[in-house]
Ligand binder design. Structure first.
Ligand code: ADP
Ligand code: MG
Length: 777
C-alpha cells in the first residue's frame, strides 16, 4: 500500500543518514580505507553495473580479495544510497555455519553496527536477525528450508550463492531450484561467487551469464614434498629413496616387512612419515587405491618436526596446518601442547580453526600475535577458501580432507578422509603468499601429488542420493529423476534409481514414490535416513538413550584403537566389552557406558588408556548425542527428554532397532566346521573386517548379520555388524507399511528366500497365509 511504501521510503532515508554519519567518523574513515585496499574495491562499479544490467552474474577471484565481505555490502550500500535501503532484501549463502556467522559479524563491524541491525545471520538452531535486517548471511540449508515454506522467495531482491566452486550437494541443488525460480521472478538478481577459475561452467549453466573476475595479487610460494621435507628435517634421504621405489613397485605389505627388517636403520619418525603418505596398496594408476586411510597415521611426529623446524630456523610469520577434522586437530593440539618449544605460550600461540570453534577463539585467529610469538593455526579445509588469515607465511598440508555429507549435523563426519584434488592443494599452497613470499610443506611424495585428480568430483556425484531425494520429495519438486537431470552435472540415472529403491525398501516412500509418514519425519532430520530411522524408532520404543549412542558411534569413527605394536593387548581389551553376543554396536555401547561412569569419577582418561579407547572419539560421540537430543526435541519427536532414566536398555530391542536402520544391509550366516560362511544377496560371499567382534568368534549362533557398511577391496568386506534372529528381520527389516503387510513380506521374501533358509521360509509362509486370511476377513 502507498502508506507502507511511504514508511519504507522514510526508513530508507534514515538508513542513508546513519551510514553517512558512520563513514564520516574517524573509525569509519579508517575502516573505509582498509576496505578500499582490497582488490574487490577496484571492481566495485563494474560489479554493480553488471548486476543492474543482468539477472545473473558470476564473480570469481582469489581467496581473500573481498568477495564475501565486500560484494554483498556493495549491493546493500548502493541500495541505501539510492534510498531503497529499506526495500531491499539480500541473502548470501555460505556452505558452513561458522563462515555465515563470522562473515556476518565482520560485515556488521565494517559498517559500524551491531549484528542484527542491517546485517544478520541465520544458521540451524541459531540466528541473529532483526526486523530491519537487510543483508542476511545464512547456510545453504537454511535457504533451502525457506524455499520449502515460500517457493517464490517473496520480498527477496538479491540472492548471492558463495563458494560455488566447492560444488557441495546443497549448492548444486539450490542452483537447480533457483534456475527455475528466476523464470517466475524476473526482477530477482542472482550472484554466484567462486574462488577458482571454473566460472565458465556456472556461466553456461545460466545461459551465458556474464563473468567478472577480480584480479588479485599473491606472492610466489615454494613447495616442498615429502622427499624434500625428510631431507630438510634430518631424516636419511637414502632410506626414503629406497622406500619410494618400493612404493611404486611393491605392495605396502612388502614395504612393511622390509621396513621392519631395516628398523635399526630407520628412525621411527621416518616410518611415521611414510604412514602419513599412506602408501598402502598404492597404485599410481587408480586413485581409488589411495583412498584407504589409516586414521592413526596422519604423521603427527612429522608435523611436529616441521613446526619445530619452522620455529627454530625460519623467518617470522604465521603457520597454517591443514588437517582433516576437529578430532585430529584436537589430538595434534594435545600432542603439541606438551612439547617443550611448541607448547611454550611465550613462544608459540597455538590455535584451532574448525566448524565448532567458539567466537572468542575465532577472533584470535585473525589477530596478529605479539612480536616474537609465532601463531600456529590448526585448521580444516575451511581455511582453504572460506576463511582468510592474512599473516600466514607457512602452510603445512596433510593432503587429505574429510568429504562432507549432505547437510549432516554440524561436525558429523560421515565419510572417511580422502586425498584432496590438485586444485585444493594449489589453494592450500596459495594461503602462504598473502603478505610475502611463502613456503608450503606437502606431507606426501610428489608422485602421490601427481596422481591427484584435477578437481574434486562434485558432491552430488560421489554421495548416495537418498537424503537428497527425500528433500526433493518434501519440497514437492516433482519427479526425482527429472529434477536431478537438470543439475549442473547430473548424477547417473542409476544412482537416482538406487536411491528411490532404497527409500522404498526402508519405507520412506510408498510404491507410487510418495512420502510415507516415516519419510516425512526423516526429511526433517538432517541425518542419513538409516540413522534417522533408528532415532525415530528409538524414540517410539522408548529406547533412545542407547540408540543415540549407537547412531553417534556410526557417525564418528571407531573409538577402539588398534596400535600396531600392541595389537594383541588392544584386541583382548576390546573383547572384554563384546559380551560374546555378536554385536559391534553393543560392544561400543558397553565401552561408552564404562567411559561415562569413569568420567563421573574423573578417571575417564585413565579408563581410555587401560582399554585402548580414544577419548577424543568418545567425547565426539558424547557431543553428537547432545545434538541428536536437541534435534529430536526441536522437531517435536520427543517431548519429555527428562524421562531419560526410564529408557529401556533391553538388548533385544536395541538389536531390533539397529536392524531396522541397517536393513537392507544384511547377510546370511552359515556356520561351517572350521569357518563361517557369509553371503549377501548382491555380492555372494563376503568377509568381515578383522576388527569386528564377529570376526573373532568361531561360530555365530544367529542366522543373520546386519551391517553398517560394505567396502570392496579385493573381496567385499563388512564393517560393524550385529547378529539378529529371524523374527527380528521379519518384524523390523524394511517397512511393514509398504504395500501393506503382504507387500512387506513379499519384499522380505526376495531377501530371505534367496538364502533358502527353510526354517524362515516356513515361518514366512505361515505368516503370509495368516495375513492373507486376515486381509480377506
Ligand atoms: P574472499 O571472500 O574473496 O575470499 P573475504 O571477503 O572473505 O575474501 O576477505 C577479505 C579480507 O577481509 C581478507 O583480507 C580477510 O582476511 C579479511 N577478513 C575477513 N574476515 C575477517 C575478520 N573476521 N576479521 C578480520 N579480517 C577479516
Ligand atoms: Mg569468501
Amino acid at each position: 500500500s502507498p502508506v507502507a511504501e511511504g514508511i519504507l521510503r522514510r526508513k530508507s532515508f534514515q538508513l542513508r543518514n546513519i551510514q553517512q554519519d558512520w563513514q564520516d567518523s574517524a573509525e569509519g574513515q579508517k575502516m573505509q580505507e582498509l576496505r578500499r585496499s582490497l582488490p574487490a574495491y577496484k571492481q566495485k562499479e563494474a560489479l554493480l553495473d553488471a548486476i543492474s544490467r543482468n539477472q545473473v552474474i558470476v564473480v570469481s577471484g582469489e581467496t581473500g580479495c573481498g568477495k564475501t565481505t565486500q560484494l554483498p555490502q556493495y549491493i546493500l550500500e548502493s541500495e541505501i544510497e539510492a534510498a531503497r535501503g529499506a526495500l531491499c532484501s539480500i541473502i548470501c549463502t555460505q556452505p558452513r555455519r561458522i563462515s555465515a556467522m563470522s562473515v556476518a559479524e565482520r560485515v556488521a563491524t565494517e559498517r559500524g553496527e551491531n549484528l542484527g541491525d542491517s546485517v544478520g545471520y541465520k544458521v540451524r538452531l541459531e540466528g541473529m536477525k532483526g526486523r530491519d535486517t537487510r543483508l542476511l548471511f545464512c547456510t545453504t540449508g537454511i535457504l533451502l528450508r525457506r524455499l520449502l515454506l515460500d517457493r517464490s522467495l517473496r520480498g527477496v531482491t538479491h540472492v548471492i550463492v558463495d563458494e560455488i566452486h566447492e560444488r557441495g550437494m546443497n549448492e548444486d541443488f539450490l542452483l537447480i531450484v533457483l534456475k527455475e525460480l528466476l523464470l517466475h521472478r524476473p526482477e530477482l538478481k542472482l550472484i554466484l561467487m567462486s574462488a577458482t577459475l571454473n566460472a565458465e561452467l556456472f556461466s553456461s549453466y545460466f545461459g551465458g551469464a556474464p563473468m567478472i573476475h577480480i584480479p588479485g595479487f599473491t606472492y610466489p610460494v615454494r613447495s616442498y614434498f615429502l622427499e624434500n621435507i625428510l631431507e630438510m628435517t634430518g631424516y636419511r634421504l637414502s632410506v626414503y629413496n629406497q622406500i619410494d621405489n618400493y612404493g611404486q613397485e611393491k605392495s605396502w605389505k612388502m614395504q612393511k616387512q622390509t621396513l621392519r627388517k631395516r628398523k635399526s636403520q630407520i628412525a621411527s619418525a621416518a616410518e611415521d612419515a611414510l604412514e602419513s603418505a599412506d602408501l598402502r596398496d598404492f597404485n599410481p594408476r587408480t586413485r581409488d587405491s589411495l583412498s584407504c586411510w589409516n586414521p592413526d597415521s596422519i604423521g603427527f611426529n612429522l608435523i611436529e618436526n616441521i613446526l619445530c623446524h619452522i620455529c627454530r630456523k625460519e623467518r617470522a610469520g604465521a603457520v597454517l596446518v591443514f588437517m582433516t577434522g576437529w578430532d585430529d586437530i584436537n589430538s595434534l593440539k594435545d600432542q603439541l601442547q606438551s612439547h617443550p618449544l611448541l607448547g611454550d605460550p611465550t613462544k608459540v600461540l597455538l590455535l584451532a580453526c574448525h566448524g565448532s570453534m567458539d567466537s572468542s577463539e575465532q577472533k584470535l585467529i585473525f589477530n596478529k600475535p605479539e612480536d616474537g610469538i609465532r601463531k600456529i593455526v590448526l585448521a580444516t579445509n575451511m581455511a582453504e577458501t572460506s576463511i582468510t588469515i592474512n599473516d600466514v607465511v607457512f602452510v603445512v598440508d596433510c593432503g587429505k580432507a574429510k568429504e562432507t555429507s549432505y547437510d549432516a549435523l554440524n561436525n558429523t563426519p560421515c565419510l572417511l578422509p580422502s586425498w584432496i584434488s590438485k586444485a585444493s592443494a594449489h589453494q592450500r599452497r596459495g594461503r602462504a603468499g598473502r603478505v610475502q613470499p611463502g613456503e608450503c610443506y606437502h606431507l606426501y611424495p610428489k608422485f602421490v601429488y601427481d596422481s591427484f585428480a584435477e578437481y574434486q568430483l562434485p558432491e552430488l556425484l560421489r554421495t548416495p542420493l537418498q537424503s537428497l531425494c527425500l528433500q526433493i520429495k518434501s519440497l514437492q519438486l516433482g519427479s526425482m529423476s527429472e529434477f536431478l537431470s537438470r543439475a549442473l552435472q547430473p548424477p547417473e540415472p542409476l544412482s537416482v534409481q538406487n536411491a528411490i529403491e532404497y527409500l522404498k525398501i526402508i519405507g520412506a516412500l510408498d510404491d507410487n514414490e510418495n512420502l510415507t509418514a516415516l519419510g516425512r519425519k526423516l526429511s526433517v532430520l538432517p541425518v542419513e535416513p538409516k540413522l534417522g530411522k533408528m532415532l525415530i524408532l528409538g524414540a517410539i520404543f522408548n529406547c533412545l538413550d542407547p540408540i543415540m549412542t549407537v547412531v553417534a558411534g556410526l557417525s564418528v569413527r571407531d573409538p577402539f584403537l588398534m596400535p600396531f605394536e600392541k595389537k594383541d593387548l588392544a584386541e583382548s581389551a576390546k573383547a572384554q566389552f563384546s559380551g560374546r553376543d555378536n554385536s559391534d554396536h553393543l560392544t561400543l555401547l558397553r565401552a561408552y557406558a564404562g567411559w561415562k561412569a569413569a568420567e563421573r569419577q574423573q578417571s575417564g582418561q585413565e579408563y581410555c588408556w587401560r582399554n585402548f579407547l580414544s577419548s577424543q572419539t568418545l567425547r565426539a560421540i558424547d557431543s553428537l548425542r547432545k545434538q541428536f537430543y536437541y534435534l529430536l526435541r526441536d522437531s517435536g519427536m520427543v517431548v519429555n527428554m527428562e524421562k531419560c532414566n526410564t529408557w529401556s536398555h533391553d538388548e533385544h530391542l536395541i538389536r531390533a532397532i539397529i536392524c531396522s536402520g541397517l536393513f537392507p544391509g544384511i547377510c546370511s550366516v552359515v556356520n561351517k566346521e572350521k569357518s563361517i560362511s557369509l553371503k549377501t544377496m548382491e555380492d555372494g560371499p563376503v568377509l568381515l573386517y578383522s576388527n569386528s567382534v564377529n570376526a573373532q568368534e568361531p561360530r555365530i549362533p544367529y542366522p543373520w548379520l546386519v551391517f553398517n557398511e560394505k567396502v570392496k577391496v579385493n573381496s567385499v568386506f563388512l564393517r560393524d555388524s550385529t547378529a539378529v534372529s529371524d523374527s527380528v528381520v521379519l518384524l523390523f527389516g524394511g517397512s511393514v507399511t509398504r504395500g501393506g503387510l503382504d507387500g512387506h513380506l513379499k519384499m522380505l521374501g526376495g531377501y530371505l528366500e534367496f538364502f533358502m533358509n527353510p526354517g524362515l521360509a516356513a515361518t514366512y509362509l505361515a505368516l503370509k497365509r495368516e495375513l492373507n486370511e486376515l486381509i480377506q476377513m
